[in-house]
Design a binder for this molecule. Structure first.
Ligand code: GAR
Length: 201
């Protein structure tokens, strides 16, 4: 399984998946990294790992259709089977979405459908969870559609919210869980234990 990553910031989830591929716990190949942010940790990590990487954004392609095509072309050039959004904060265009039906996965740091949608990313999610006095949060991995965080959830892991948690301590604990959970879930996809939807569904 060739994985194509899209990542906007630090890229620690991408790194955890790459490490799992290197150690052999995940039977997959990191094929390409695309970031909308040329100074992202994701780009630095890709260079460090020797993974082909591209900065593709509204800066490199002013027309959304051209950006969509450029992202799709990079994924196809590197023979990507599954696209992994690892902290990617942009929506994908219709060409990319339709070329990889049911094959684009996103990780979200909460138990969707709660605490998802526009504006619910990064620390905003954990602030909302703490403000609502939730006792449980977690990690969701879902199939990506044209909206934010609305596609079908394929795997979830729970993380307890401690009474003393701040958004920062909760974020750190959830991120740690994300790092193991994403690679575990991808491995279950490679074995067929988790089935991705087929094109006609
Ligand atoms: C992760 O916590 C991920 O779940 C979140 O961004 C962080 C990226 O960290 N994604 C979202 O909030 C998407 N709505 P990373 O760049 O270190 O992997």
């Amino acid at each position: 399984m060739n994985i194509g990553f899209l990542a906007s910031h630090n890229g620690s989830n991408m790194q955890a998946i790459v490490d799992a591929c290197t150690s052999g716990t995940l039977h997959a190949v990191p094929a390409v990294v695309i970031s909308n942010n040329n100074s992202s940790g994701a780009i630095s990590r890709a260079k460090q790992e020797g993974i082909p990487c591209y900065h593709l954004s509204a800066k490199t392609h002013t027309e959304p259709e051209e950006l969509d095509q450029a992202i799709l072309s990079a994924l196809l050039q590197h023979k990507v089977d599954v696209v992994v959004l690892a902290g990617y904060m942009k929506k994908l265009g219709p060409k990319t979405l339709s070329r990889f039906p049911g094959r684009i996965l996103n990780i979200h740091p909460a138990l969707l459908p709660k605490y998802g949608g526009k504006g619910m990313y990064g620390m905003h999610v954990h602030e909302a969870v703490i403000a609502a006095a939730e006792t449980e949060s977690g990690v969701s991995i879902h199939i990506v559609d044209a909206e934010y965080d609305t596609g079908p959830v394929i795997a979830q892991a729970c993380v307890t919210v401690e009474p003393t948690d701040t958004p920062e301590t909760l974020a750190a604990r959830i991120l740690k869980r994300e790092h193991t959970f994403f690679a575990e879930t991808l491995q279950k996809i490679t074995t067929g234990e988790i089935a991705l939807p087929t094109e006609d569904k």
